[in-house]
Design a protein around this ligand. Sequence first.
Ligand SMILES: C[S@@+](CC[C@H](N)C(=O)[O-])C[C@H]1O[C@@H](n2cnc3c(N)ncnc32)[C@H](O)[C@@H]1O
Length: 196
Amino acid sequence: MPVSNLRCATAALLALLMCIVSAPVQAQDSVPSSTDDTTKGAPYVSTPQHVVLRMLELAEVTPDDVVYDLGSGDGRFVISAARDFGARGVGIEIEKDLVAQSRRNAARMEVEEQVRFYRGDLFKTDLSKATVVTLYLWPGMMDRLRPKPRSELVPGARIISHDFTIDGWTPDTTVTIGTKTLQEEKTQIHLWTIPE
Ligand SMILES: C[S@@+](CC[C@H](N)C(=O)[O-])C[C@H]1O[C@@H](n2cnc3c(N)ncnc32)[C@H](O)[C@@H]1O
């Protein structure tokens, strides 16, 4: 093979190798940062506030309730449960910046006495004090979570999930509501009650 052809072939091979090597790096860059890649299973995407309110209404939250949001983001479920329904609440979130933001938001809304935000792994959180659990977690996390509510929650506790269901659990109620985006998208919320 002439030397020029050999150079071309080598250059093409190098270009191909660069593509293969750089592809996973680009994919990783698009994933939001995580404190611990082994425990984090869902990126931060917030639930629209009108969906938060509808979910807490559907779960019939009262001042007697203790609402846990697993993967609590900026704290909106817990803060709304306290401010709009008079409940107490606990948020568990793995990202420390979001925990700090939740505490600031709670102070701004003057509900800091009623709520607590902890940085931690939701899979290691004891749920025995919760009477309502709110969820907006991706399907892989819902699968992993499945045994926990039934073994830890008290009878009568409600679980309310934005968008995703728990495989093998038939919801007591599913409601479809608009997300209020320009595309008129719809989302679903699902409610389960722990049997007596
Ligand atoms: C889809 S967001 C939902 C945020 C909030 N619940 C809402 O609906 O607005 C999921 C949240 O779970 C958090 N998260 C992911 N894995 C977690 C884990 N193992 N323990 C605690 N939080 C986690 C993410 O950082 C993210 O804030």
